[in-house]
Design a protein around this ligand. Structure first.
Ligand SMILES: Nc1nc2c(ncn2[C@@H]2O[C@H](COP(=O)(O)OP(=O)(O)OP(=O)(O)O)[C@@H](O)[C@H]2O)c(=O)[nH]1
Ligand SMILES: [Mg+2]
Length: 346
């Protein structure tokens, strides 16, 4: 037991969240990681991320520095040739809250032979994912999605494959599952801002159905609003790149707290059943005592939890996310656009 309870409560949970981003090659996956990793520091919310591996940290910082240098011959990262799993910590100030893994891969794995080794590795990561990012390049949304061009857009963005992957995710997971649709290279289509949401909804109809058990953030991101017009621009802003991660962390902490409430509920039901008549009570005396003790411990934990840093962080993340819709980043729960209830952010 730590002598300092404050530090103990701030330890990240043992199981790191796994995040998988589904996207076509050149959609901007690797650039997005840079925008998220370094762009996080350009915000005033006080949250940040750091790589657990020092070499990765150095590489990410160097790649970011090259992006900012329009004269660098290799300004943009080379196409990814092999899988790379990053291990990150998410922090408030300099206090770690959670850990998460992020896989970067060559976009073609989405359509390649499932027997290939890197495709298998990718599929394993995906199966364990607790949060899914779908990344669509804004290059494909310069014109409205219509009945005529829908098949082409769904093929070019790989939305067709993504919808099929969503079926798999539903097979492995119960309960509200978080999906983040990042519309990368938003600089190509920001003039169509108002119409984009309907375009996106039309290519992922399953994500926006009532009772579909998805919690979805749609978030346009770009390295710079000038990049499409002027690829030599120096102005890298990493617009909105932090919101998807904040949403993912909010969903992960929320899930952790709800799971502990659920285990309390299950025990209470069991106890009620064991105490439902005198005969049952007599033959289950020891079991009843054990469950009562477990519940006592959980209640103590629960009291601590609502006063805990985790709960405080959930509220802070939720408050921050509620402001995100001003930047066109909206949350949908079971198809309905929502703000998070700050008084009850679970
Ligand atoms: N206009 C614009 N171009 C971008 C942006 N982000 C990335 N790009 C361009 O897109 C190219 C591909 O980006 P990457 O991040 O390498 O794409 P990827 O999805 O990792 O590609 P693979 O590794 O080949 O699967 C970059 O070289 C840039 O030229 C953006 O926000 N706006
Ligand atoms: Mg890449």
């Amino acid at each position: 037991m730590s002598e300092n309870p404050q530090i103990e409560q701030n330890q990240p949970s043992a199981q790191p969240m796994k995040i998988t981003m589904l996207a076509d090659s050149t959609a901007g996956k690797t650039c997005y990681i840079l925008g998220m990793y370094c762009g996080m520091w350009m915000q005033d919310h006080g949250f940040s991320i750091c790589s657990i591996d020092d070499n990765d940290d150095k590489e990410l910082n160097n790649n970011w520095a090259r992006l900012l240098n329009e004269k660098a011959p290799d300004r943009f990262p080379a196409p990814t040739s092999q899988n790379k799993v990053y291990e990150f910590q998410f922090l408030s100030g300099h206090n770690p809250i959670t850990e998460f893994e992020w896989i970067d891969y060559r976009g073609d794995v989405l359509q390649d032979n499932p027997n290939q080794q890197d495709v298998q590795e990718f599929n394993q990561h995906l199966q364990a994912a607790s949060c899914l990012f779908l990344c669509l390049s804004g290059e494909h949304f310069q014109e409205p999605v219509t009945a005529k061009n829908k098949a082409t857009i769904m093929y070019k963005t790989k939305a067709l494959y993504m919808n099929q992957y969503l079926n798999k995710v539903k097979r492995y997971n119960k309960g509200l599952f978080p999906v983040i649709i990042t519309l990368s290279k938003y600089d190509y289509c920001y003039k169509r801002k108002e119409a984009l949401i309907e375009d996106i909804k039309s290519i992922f109809p399953g994500l926006f159905q009532p009772n579909s058990n998805w919690i979805v953030l749609i978030c346009p991101v770009t390295l710079s609003f000038k990049l499409a017009e002027d690829p030599d621009t120096t102005e890298i802003t990493a617009y909105n790149c932090h919101y998807p991660l904040i949403f993912a962390q909010y969903c992960s902490l929320r899930k952790q707290m709800i799971e502990s409430y659920n285990s309390m509920e299950r025990l209470e039901e069991e106890l009620e059943e064991l105490k439902s008549n005198l005969f049952k009570q007599l033959i289950n005396l020891r079991k009843i005592k054990r469950i009562e003790k477990q519940l006592e411990n959980l209640e103590d934990e629960d009291k601590k939890r609502t006063k805990s840093y985790k709960y405080m962080y959930i509220k802070k993340l939720a408050e921050y996310l509620n402001q995100a819709h001003e930047s066109n980043a909206d949350i949908y729960v079971n198809g309905e656009r929502r703000l998070i209830n700050i008084d009850n952010p679970l």
